[in-house]
Design a binder for this molecule. Structure first.
Ligand SMILES: [Zn+2]
Length: 148
C-alpha cells in the first residue's frame, strides 16, 4: 500500500537530486539537462539540450589543433542557436564533410555541423565555448583522421 507513495517520492526526489548534483560552481552554464555556450565576444550564443559531457573529442586536423578546439557531438535537434545567426561564417575543408561555423566578429569557431549520408546531421560543439565545461575535468579523446 506504500508503493504509490514511495514511487511519487522517489520521482520528485530524483528530479531535485539530479539538478543539485549537476549544479557546479558555474550555475549559469547549466540549466537542468542542458548547457549554454557563447563565442569569445558574446555575439553567438547557443544552448544544447544534453547533459554536459565527461569526454571531449580533440579533432586532429591542423585548424582545430591551432585553435585548440575540443568537441562533443550531439544530434542536430539538441542544438539551439540563440543569437548571432547573421554574424556566423562557414568554413569547410575541401576534403572534410564537416562545416565549421565561426563568429565573424571575434573569429571563434563555435560549432560545426556534420551532415551524414543518410540525411541526419550531428552538431559538434566546441567545448571551449562552454563555460561550464571549462571547470570540469574533461577526458580528452583523440580521434584518428582516417575517416575524415
Ligand atoms: Zn564572437
Amino acid at each position: 500500500m506504500t508503493a504509490g507513495i514511495t514511487g511519487a517520492t522517489v520521482d520528485r526526489a530524483t528530479g531535485a537530486a539530479t539538478s543539485s548534483i549537476l549544479a557546479g560552481s558555474d550555475p549559469e552554464g547549466r540549466v537542468g539537462m542542458s548547457y549554454q555556450g557563447r563565442c569569445r565576444c558574446g555575439t553567438v550564443t547557443f544552448s544544447v539540450a544534453a547533459e554536459l559531457p565527461q569526454t571531449a573529442v580533440a579533432c586532429p586536423c591542423q585548424r582545430c589543433r591551432q585553435m585548440d578546439i575540443l568537441l562533443t557531438f550531439v544530434p542536430d535537434a539538441c542544438f539551439t542557436l540563440h543569437s548571432g545567426a547573421n554574424d556566423i561564417g562557414q568554413y569547410r575543408f575541401h576534403r572534410h564533410p564537416n562545416r565549421h561555423f565561426s563568429c565573424n566578429l571575434c573569429g571563434t569557431t563555435v560549432f560545426m555541423r556534420d551532415d551524414r549520408p543518410d540525411g541526419s546531421a550531428l552538431r559538434g560543439i566546441n567545448l571551449r565555448c562552454v563555460p561550464a565545461a571549462e571547470s570540469g575535468a574533461l577526458t580528452i579523446r583523440w580521434v584518428d583522421g582516417a575517416h575524415h
